[in-house]
Design a protein around this ligand. Structure first.
Ligand code: BES
Ligand code: ZN
Length: 650
């Protein structure tokens, strides 16, 4: 059951989809005053326990921001004007707020509205309840973000590639945007939005939406305007500000980054247009106009973030040989799985990430060939099996796709269960029904659910209605309910190709018997092959063997960050002292959570050898890391958690 008419929404969405932007520099789509209001799901499983909003009573459907970025105060401040839809008898609207400093709340005509910030929950922040008069349809909030807002990372000039200008970027997923935008921060409450962003003259602001006007610079300030006419979950509102330049990659794609990085970034991203073409063949039309990317400074805590029209990327994927660009296929695939059909709550996170991980391999197959894809499936299965072990074994509750996150942070669901068990599930269905039938279903899924929140039960119902269609043999064979609700990996898993890494697996066995691949063999291997080798070795190697590998292939300082990380992981497990300088350097040059968290955690839990190293490195690294990375690592008790100065690097 839905509160708003699906027919009205679809009609307006089709109008939006028809207007495609072809301009090279991210120019405006025409403002669409009739933009549809996306539905709110009313079933109990769509209730978002990570938001204070009660959208069935009153919900935001459009956000208009007018904000000034103040690098000195490390604050963003200004107004947010919210257009709301509400039941006639609703007495208040509840927003999500984490640390915002609210100056005033008024209605559309400037009349003050009473508001109250409720008690603060460590994960969720506070409810911001605003009293509604019977005719209130618009709310204006004057506010500032707090200096420690978790969505924002403020970088000093020294922390940038160019060293001259400061830098700011935001990271909204999962529930961080409530630290800088006062709205209903729930993935099931889709909102269109627009923004006017004022930055110090000379800096460039980019956002996850097309520009709606040319930038203007006057009076020491540059003003940028953006408008997203499609409704999006609010975690996808994102911004970066810095000394940014743009380089086109193709007719509908390009890259923003600091000037010093631009050539290397553009070269690494040369396959982007081919990936967009492959993704459209798989998933249906790309509905966001342009696909641009911004390559951020190395403290960006993730590999990538699928902000619409503007994927955010770590610079650590730049290897010089395009060998880590499945990351782009992944973030691009979210333009459908995640951004068109969005997990209604974080318990359904696997619908975003599992489907995207499945599609990543399909895009990789189209662009780089079936062998590379089969190898990535095999690496995915290894990661899935490791995630089962890490999450309590085959009966661990967190090995279920549909999660129970009651009383927990949505980040607890950020494991390879969502990504790799989710992908393995979809691949199992593909293999069972055949690619042709599965692909027809997949395209249909997005045309049936575009610009809508989706739940696991919607997924199951859709697959039964449109793929299984009453075939009871197929129903039994697929074991859908077991896949989504039970822990562990069902027996019908479509296996990875056991021959995908035949040569490498042979070398792993030989290594156990004392042999080591020659430097020529190592050089010939692809990045995925090197990763299979390093991750399949026994965890605790004698240090002499690590020394021999490092000497032969230069692993502790490998230019490929995934390879380097895989070796450093072995080095920490084996207490391999000669790698420590390289390890320290790696932990200080980038803050990608996937790399720094396991390494620092492994060091910290080795009380005699590792912990002193962890303490020493973390004291220096912590000021360089993003708040989300720090929040995890502070739990290790290595010190540094008390200062309010976490964002100032010295
Ligand atoms: N959407 C995620 C990143 C994310 C998830 C941020 C949950 C915050 C909360 C993004 O698409 C992603 O999955 N990134 C991966 C890269 C990928 C190739 C697996 C990452 O950052 O490692
Ligand atoms: Zn993802």
């Amino acid at each position: 059951m839905k509160l708003w008419s699906r027919a009205a929404m679809l009609a307006a969405m089709m109008m939006l989809a028809a207007c495609r932007v072809s301009d090279q520099d991210n120019a405006a789509q025409p403002a669409n005053e009739t933009a549809a209001i996306a539905p709110i799901l009313a079933t109990p499983d769509a209730n978002d326990i990570h938001s204070f909003a009660r959208p069935l009573e009153a919900r935001v459907h459009h956000v208009a921001l007018d904000l000034t970025v103040d690098f000195d105060a490390k604050r963003i401040g200004g107004t947010a004007i919210l257009d709301i839809d509400r039941k006639p008898d609703a007495k208040e609207i509840v927003l999500d707020d984490k640390g915002l400093e609210i100056e005033s709340v008024t209605d559309g005509s400037g009349k003050a509205l009473a508001f109250k910030v409720g008690a603060k929950d460590e994960n969720l922040g506070s409810p911001l309840a605003i009293a509604l008069a019977p005719d209130t349809r618009r709310i204006a909030i004057r506010y500032k973000s707090a200096p420690g807002a978790e969505a924002l990372q403020w970088l000093t000039p020294e922390q940038t590639a160019g060293k001259k200008h400061p830098y700011l970027f935001s990271q909204g997923q999962a529930i961080l945007n409530r630290t800088w935008i006062p709205t209903q921060d729930s993935p099931g409450i889709r909102q269109s939005w627009e923004a006017t962003i004022r930055v110090p003259a000379g800096l460039t602001a980019v956002m996850s939406a097309p520009r709606s006007a040319e930038p203007i610079t006057q009076g020491g300030e540059s003003v940028f305007k953006f408008r997203m006419d499609n409704s999006v979950p609010p975690y996808l509102i994102a911004m970066a500000v810095g000394d940014l330049e743009f380089e086109p990659l193709g007719p509908r794609s390009g890259v923003w980054t600091e000037p010093a990085m631009l050539k290397a970034a553009a070269a690494e991203l040369a396959d982007t247009e081919r990936m967009i073409d492959a993704a459209e063949k798989l998933y249906g039309p790309y509905r966001w106009g342009r696909y641009d990317m911004v390559v951020l400074p190395p403290s960006f805590p993730f590999g990538g973030m699928e902000n619409p029209t503007l994927t955010f990327l770590t610079p650590t994927f730049i290897a010089g040989d395009k060998s880590l660009t499945s990351l782009i296929a992944h973030e691009l695939a979210h333009s459908w799985s995640g951004n068109l059909a969005t997990n209604a709550t974080w318990a359904d996170f696997w619908l975003n990430e599992g489907m995207t991980t499945y599609a990543t391999t399909r895009i990789v197959e189209a662009v780089y060939g079936p062998k590379v894809a089969a190898q990535q499936v095999a690496l995915g299965h290894d990661a899935m099996n490791a995630a089962i072990v890490d999450n309590g074994g085959p009966s661990g509750p967190d090995t279920r796709l549909h999660l129970d996150l009651k009383g927990r942070s949505p980040d607890d669901g950020l494991t390879d269960i969502a990504y790799e068990k989710g992908a393995a599930f979809l691949r199992t269905i593909e293999v069972a029904v055949g690619r042709e039938r599965f692909d027809a279903w997949l395209k249909g899924w997005f045309s049936r659910h575009m610009f809508e929140p989706v739940t696991t039960s919607i997924f199951l119902a859709d697959i039964r209605d449109n793929l299984i269609k009453g075939d009871s043999g197929l129903e039994t064979k697929l074991a859908l309910d077991q896949w989504v609700s039970q822990p562990g990996i069902p027996a019908n898993l479509a296996p990875a190709d056991p021959q995908a890494f035949a040569e490498v697996d042979g070398a792993v066995t030989a290594f156990k018997n004392g042999a080591q691949p020659s430097p020529e063999v190592w050089k010939r291997w692809t990045t995925d092959e090197k990763l299979r080798f390093l991750t399949r070795l026994d965890k605790k190697q004698p240090t002499a063997r690590l020394a021999s590998l490092d000497r032969a292939y230069g692993l502790a300082n490998a230019g490929n960050n995934e390879v380097r990380f895989a070796f450093l992981t072995l080095a920490v497990a084996a207490r391999y002292d000669p790698a420590i300088p390289a390890l320290e350097q790696f932990l200080l040059m980038q803050g990608r959570r996937k790399f720094v968290r396991p390494l620092i955690t492994a060091l910290a839990t080795d009380a005699t050898w590792g912990r002193p190293i962890a303490t020493r490195v973390y004291a220096r690294a912590r000021p360089l890391y993003h708040p989300v990375t720090i929040r995890d690592l502070d739990k290790l008790g290595l010190g540094g958690a008390v200062t309010g100065q976490v964002l100032t690097a010295k």
